[in-house]
Design a binder for this molecule. Sequence first.
Ligand code: SIN
Ligand code: FE2
Length: 201
Amino acid sequence: MRPSLNLRGMQVYKDMLDRDAQLALVEDVRTIAKQAPFVTPVTPSGKAMSVKMTSAGRFGWVTDGQGYRYAQSHPNGTPWPVIPPSVLGIWTTVAGVDRPPECCLVNYYGTDAKMGMHQDRDEANFEMPVVSVSLGDDALFRVGHETRGGKTESVWLQSGDVVVMGGQARLLYHGIDRLKPNSSTLLAKGGRINLTLRVVT
Ligand code: SIN
Ligand code: FE2
């Protein structure tokens, strides 16, 4: 499979997942959220983020008074659910590495949610890519440089699109500016789910 577009080394596979595959992933997310409910993360400065998060895999992404970190259990104490086979299959198709993901972060964006520009750099091995899956409403994905600031480029990510952030693009700043409300009928209540797969150790 070849990426449909390349944004500063970020490989975008437009429309990789068909409607049935997307619906199956939404069901998988519901199953994950039953065991590991979505929580509203708080930034190190004490502000509530606009997305809600949960995780699957050996590690999940949590926030507390100390900031962000990977943890082996949900804040409620239960271990994270396993990463669903459907999600592992996406990784195998596009990641191009021989290790499986250890974390599947699940972000839920309500209509007004966004994610500020940041780097993904809390993992031990930057040779391992980050793979991101979009479900639901369109989202404006912005990509910058390895340092904050400078000119940026953006692309609208749609339901079923998959992005691989690897190689030279692994440490680029990126974020979600905004959603396009009601642009997808996948989620009954609207909004967007993003799955982000990473090797942590
Ligand atoms: C992220 O970078 O953590 C999320 C990106 C996205 O929602 O597409
Ligand atoms: Fe990120």
